[in-house]
Structures are given as C-alpha cells and as structure tokens.
Design a protein around this ligand. Structure first.
Ligand SMILES: [Zn+2]
Length: 324
C-alpha cells in the first residue's frame, strides 16, 4: 500500500472523505451526514469515523496527514474555525487540534473554496500551471487564487473572495452586507434572480409553463433544461450570467495575469452557451495580452475537487513542515 492522505470536506449537511495516494489517486471514499445539531464534538467524531471507514475500505492502516476543508473564515495556520455560516453555534473551534486528537496524525484545516481551487491545481484543470483562479458557481461564487504555485491567502487568510468583488455599484444586495457583488449575478442564485426579473417584466418563455407561472419556483436546473430545449429567454439568462461572470473575470485577468481561469460547479454543464459569453466579455474588457493568455476552462474534478485539494494541500504542508 502506497502512502495515503485523507481529504475531508466538512459541509453543513454532509461530510465527504476521500483517501488519496501521494500519486494523486483516490483509493476510497466515505460520505455521511453532518450531525450539525449535536454540536462540535459530535461533528468531529463523525469526521473521524468517516476517515476510519474510508481508510479501512482503502486497506490502509493510517494516513500520513489529513486535510480538512471547512466553510467560512478561519485561521488556516492554527486550524481554528471562527464561525462557519452553515454550522450554527460554532465559535472559534480548534478543528485541526480536535481532529489531531482523534486521528493521531498531522491535521490541517483550510477554507473549502481555496481547497477546491487547490484540487484543480494539484490534479485537475490547472495541473502544471503557475498561476490560476477558480470560481465555483453554486449557491454563491466560491473563489480561489494560485500565484507562484501557492494559494494566495492574504495576511489574515481572507483573500480570494472572488464572489464578493463589486461588479455593480448599488446593485443587488448581498448576504455579506455589500451591494452588487459578483455572486449576486454569477451564482446559480443570481441566475435564478435574473430569470425571475425577466419573467416578472413580462418576457415570454417556456419557463412560465415549467414553473406554473410562478417565478418564485424557478430553479437553476429548470433554466438549464429549457435552454437546452432551445428556449430563447432561458438561453439569454445563461448568457447574461456568463456576461456578468466575464465582467468579474476581466478584472481578475487584469489584476493577476493568470494562465488559467477555471470554472466549477453544476452550472458549467451549460457548456459553450455559458463559456462563450464569459470568454467574449473577458476578452473585450481585459487588456489584450493577459486576456489572450488566460484560458477560461471548465473544472475537471467535479465533486472531488474539495477532498482532492484537502489531501493535496495537507501533503504539501506536511512536506513543508518536514523541511523546516
Ligand atoms: Zn457580497
């Protein structure tokens, strides 16, 4: 059995674990519910149980290290999670230490969006590059930035909140308290909002029949499905979403001159309809040289990005610690 690492993704509803070899192969997985209502210790116990189950399935006695991706702000160096938005009652939880006690191996905690980016960099669409950005398009827009082959974290570890770049002054209100953030337009939630606004303004679309003429029922899936069936308005909604993303991405391209911009999340199944709009806007708004350089490409790891990145980042941090 080759040396293996644990990658654990702690979500508000699910704990996902993978055993990943140092050759970047996933050897086993475990998924279970997050006992969020039972408190911090119950969640840590469930994560440890998930890790042990995955190790057993992989036929491994122990892992070299574990990486844990958690939502929200945290101190990635100490592994203290401040107050994750989807884990109520959590306040300044020393998650790395709790996992170290339970697993008996080095444990590293990091922001989940950063780790998804690291996963694509380590094994996926960004393999071999020196600089890249990743946007995960879901309920919000998760962000990660790699420069000089490392995650850009900022002095407090809060960097790369790409979803909260302002793209519209006094625009749609955002959960962060500001207005006009990219994720209010470029996330699935933002796309649904764009569709609702259009239908309420009287646009004709097959979406009306699908949602029984109640725009509040619209989902991202309905928009994708109607667009695939050729509905002009649904297609416009996806292109408009891509256009907003392109506005934000053109700023990233001008700021960072990255080799790749990787887009992940369920929305990327819209394919060229989305990507062509993103590319068109980024090329027209960014400077020519970095705009031509930056390849805007779909993520390759899907749901595995988070656990893969957690394992890969833990491996790299372990190697760095050994060198000190
Ligand atoms: Zn915001």
């Amino acid at each position: 059995m080759a040396d293996v690492l644990l990658g654990i993704d702690l979500g508000g509803t699910r704990i996902k674990t993978a055993v990943v070899s140092t050759e970047k192969e996933i050897r086993a997985r475990d998924v279970r519910e997050t006992p969020a209502k039972e408190g911090v210790d119950a969640v840590a116990n469930a994560m440890a149980a998930s890790a042990r189950a995955a190790l057993e399935e992989a036929g491994a006695d122990r892992a070299l290290a574990a990486g844990v991706g958690a939502p929200g702000p945290m101190n990635w160096q100490t592994g203290v999670v401040y107050s994750p938005p989807n884990l109520r009652g959590w306040k300044d939880v020393p998650l790395a230490e709790l996992m170290r006690e339970r697993l008996g191996i080095p444990c590293f905690v990091d922001n989940d969006a950063n780790l998804a980016c690291y996963g694509e960099f380590w094994k996926g669409a960004g393999q071999g590059v020196d600089s890249m950005c990743m946007l995960t398009l879901g309920t919000g827009v998760g962000g990660g930035i790699i420069v000089f082959g490392r995650l850009l974290r900022g002095i407090d570890g809060t960097a790369a909140e790409i979803g909260h770049m302002t793209v519209q002054r006094d625009g749609r209100p955002c959960g962060c308290g500001a207005k006009g953030c990219l994720e209010q337009y470029g996330s699935v939630t933002g796309m649904v909002k764009t569709a609702k606004e259009g239908l309420e303004a009287g646009k004709e679309s097959s979406l009306r029949a699908v949602c029984a003429d109640d725009p509040r029922r619209i989902t991202g899936r309905m928009i994708s499905e109607e667009a695939a069936r050729g509905d002009a308005f649904a297609r416009w909604v996806i292109q408009e979403t891509g256009d907003w993303l392109g506005v934000g991405i053109s700023s990233l391209i001008n700021l960072l001159n990255p080799e790749k911009v990787v887009l992940g999340g369920g929305m990327i199944s819209a394919g060229d309809l989305l990507f062509d709009a993103v590319r068109k806007r980024s090329r027209s708004d960014a400077f020519d040289v970095p705009a031509e350089r930056a390849q805007i490409v779909p993520a390759e790891l899907g749901d595995d990005a988070g656990v893969t990145g957690a394992a890969g980042a833990a491996w790299d941090r372990l190697c760095e610690e050994r060198q000190r």
